[in-house]
Design a protein around this ligand. Structure first.
Ligand code: HEC
Ligand code: HEC
Ligand code: HEC
Ligand code: HEC
Ligand code: HEC
Ligand code: HEC
Ligand code: HEC
Length: 396
């Protein structure tokens, strides 16, 4: 316990920066109506080091003078990467509702919630989401966006009178049907509108979309007209206009593009954590139970294996964000054995972590347990690497 808190403290300067950026961004975007509600910190709170690199802040988007060029432009040169990235769950983290595979395969879905019947139906080229109360009252809206691919849920976003809403009902692959969206109150809604979903605050909207869509944050403002579905190249690499110019001008000295591989491993975890959630997000949300199991950067930091200066335990040591998640668990053994000895081996300067007294392969199957997140109909891989005792209470 003590150890991860000590580690967490080392992150404080960066976390302060992240909070600062998030606050400034929400303020400047004009999305926080009460401009005086949050006092921005002074600019003297400089980062401990350059995180993220000065020219590109993932969460504040393209600064003036830079443009997004779009995935297709990147694909013109990085063809293979672009093809595989487009197929990943991250690349497909959202779609326009009419393009959702799940909704296309299910022309009509319904769910009974007490006295309410909820329907999702394809009508006149739209996905119509409706709630009726069995007494001739019905409220219906067209769905704009489908978020997620249904493993841990596909949730719908719609708009009514200029306000965005998150659907109270989501689709789950495991049950091949609808159920309450995780995080929503299971108490019976009082009105038909509440049975459909809950309004998203401006701050929610500003968080939600940039985690699931791309090319829409410019000068700290969210542009719905520019929004592209999914997490695409420039959401991670930053706007590419100068990069394309640099390549065309054969400026090999400065390619003008951000490559997260150049970050320190701890900063890279925070980088992925701008979406996957870090210790800071957990402290801010004050969520300390099984719900944190989906926050991999936070969980990984608990592990005795974790070292923010060691590349062998950073997210990209085990995951290539341009290709699908590797599901052959044995293939992760080499990642563990980069630091851990095999039984009988002698420690070396770089490889001296203890050997397992129990087994020689399939390390993650025992030490990174898949835990069920209630309500999500899905098991997440706990990134808190440890000696796991089935039946133990969730260590936080
Ligand atoms: C006109 C061709 C071209 C286009 C278009 C292009 N790139 Fe590149 N890119 C290159 C070349 C050439 C390199 C250097 C060699 C390499 O690493 O493949 C490069 C390198 C990179 C690197 C590595 C940089 C480093 O410092 O390690 C990244 C990241 C990158 N490109 C991302 C992108 C993204 C994202 C887009 C779309 C916004 C894009 N590229 C569009 C040609 C292109
Ligand atoms: C812009 C937000 C964003 C960033 C940045 C981001 N991710 Fe993701 N990632 C997502 C979302 C959203 C999903 C869920 C996609 C879905 O299932 O709909 C996801 C899913 C994943 C998955 C699961 C894929 C699967 O097959 O289930 C992996 C692995 C992953 N991300 C790794 C990373 C790594 C490594 C980084 C940092 C290099 C990273 N992500 C950065 C948003 C992001
Ligand atoms: C801070 C970034 C962030 C925000 C904000 C965010 N998400 Fe996500 N979302 C993720 C990441 C990362 C994942 C993948 C890991 C997981 O399932 O937790 C994900 C997963 C999901 C999934 C499950 C996907 C699947 O394929 O199983 C759904 C559904 C979802 N998000 C919907 C939403 C909706 C709707 C909103 C806003 C109303 C939202 N998210 C806000 C980052 C975010
Ligand atoms: C979720 C974040 C994320 C997304 C989305 C993403 N990348 Fe990357 N990219 C990374 C990371 C992290 C690295 C460093 C990977 C490494 O070195 O193992 C990288 C490295 C690269 C490199 C240089 C290294 C190499 O493999 O040659 C290129 C080129 C690149 N990305 C292009 C793209 C293009 C093109 C797209 C869109 C089709 C894209 N990336 C989408 C995170 C991302
Ligand atoms: C030591 C290896 C290792 C490291 C480091 C690692 N992961 Fe994973 N990750 C795994 C394994 C193993 C799985 C499960 C693969 C499967 O489902 O078959 C996984 C699964 C995931 C998933 C899919 C959802 C889930 O929970 O099952 C996401 C998202 C993810 N990792 C994100 C990250 C992020 C972000 C980081 C960096 C903070 C990271 N991982 C670091 C090994 C690793
Ligand atoms: C960056 C190096 C590194 C990597 C990669 C790594 N570990 Fe570790 N791990 C350590 C260190 C250091 C310790 C603590 C000292 C020791 O065990 O010698 C540790 C401790 C552990 C422990 C004991 C935890 C405890 O609470 O006592 C387990 C179990 C473990 N690692 C399993 C794994 C597995 C499984 C993987 C791959 C998924 C892995 N490690 C990857 C460095 C690493
Ligand atoms: C069949 C389940 C299983 C597999 C597979 C497995 N382990 Fe273990 N591991 C355990 C158990 C159980 C313990 C606790 C043993 C004990 O306390 O006597 C343990 C202990 C450890 C420890 C702590 C050692 C110590 O001295 O306290 C490390 C490190 C470790 N394992 C790493 C690994 C690595 C690396 C792999 C893959 C090469 C691996 N484990 C595969 C079940 C497993």
């Amino acid at each position: 316990m003590e150890k991860w808190f000590t580690k967490a403290l080392r992150f404080v300067p960066r976390l302060v920066l992240i909070t600062y950026v998030a606050t400034v961004l929400a303020l400047e975007s004009g999305l926080i109506a009460q401009r005086t509600a949050v006092a921005p910190e002074t600019s003297s709170s400089q980062p401990e080091h350059d995180f993220p690199p000065a020219h590109w802040q993932r969460t504040s988007g393209a600064p003036s003078g830079l443009r997004y060029v779009g995935r297709n432009a990147c694909a013109g040169c990085h063809t293979d990467l672009a093809e595989s990235e487009a197929q990943t769950p991250m690349g497909r983290a959202s779609t326009h509702a009419v393009e959702s595979d799940i909704l296309s395969k299910h022309q009509s879905l319904s769910y009974t919630d007490g006295p309410y019947v909820i329907h999702i139906e394809r009508k006149d080229g739209q996905e119509i989401y409706s709630a009726s109360d069995g007494q001739q009252h019905t409220v219906s809206v067209p769905i704009l966006w489908a978020f997620g691919l249904g493993d841990a849920g596909q949730t719908y976003v719609y708009e009514r009178d200029g306000i965005y809403y998150e659907s109270r009902i989501s689709y789950y692959k495991d049950i091949d049907g609808l159920d309450i969206t995780i995080g929503h109150n299971i108490k019976l809604p009082a009105t038909l509108s509440e049975a459909l979903g809950r309004p998203l605050s401006d701050t929610d909207v500003f968080k939600c979309f940039p985690c699931h869509t791309s090319e829409d944050v410019l000068n700290r403002k969210l542009h719905f007209d520019l929004m592209k579905p999914g997490v695409t190249c420039e959401n991670c690499h930053g706007p590419g206009s100068q990069h394309v110019e640099a390549i065309q001008n054969r400026n090999w000295k400065n390619l003008h593009i951000f490559n997260p591989a150049h970050l320190d491993p701890g900063d890279l975890n925070d980088f992925c954590g701008t979406c996957h959630r870090t210790t800071y997000d957990v402290l801010a949300a004050r969520v300390y139970d099984i719900r944190t199991v989906r926050f991999q950067p936070y969980r990984l930091e608990h592990s005795r294996c974790y070292d923010p200066t060691d590349k062998r335990i950073s997210c990209i040591a085990c995951h290539d964000p341009h290709v699908n998640l590797v599901t052959d668990l044995n293939s992760y053994d080499t990642k563990c054995l980069a630091c851990h000895m095999r039984n009988g081996e002698k420690p070396t300067a770089t490889r001296g972590a203890r050997a397992c007294p129990r087994a020689a392969k399939s390390c993650v199957s025992c030490h990174m347990p898949k835990l069920s997140l209630p309500g999500a109909h899905y098991k997440f891989t706990d990134h808190f690497i440890r000696v796991y005792n089935p039946g133990e209470s969730y260590p936080d």
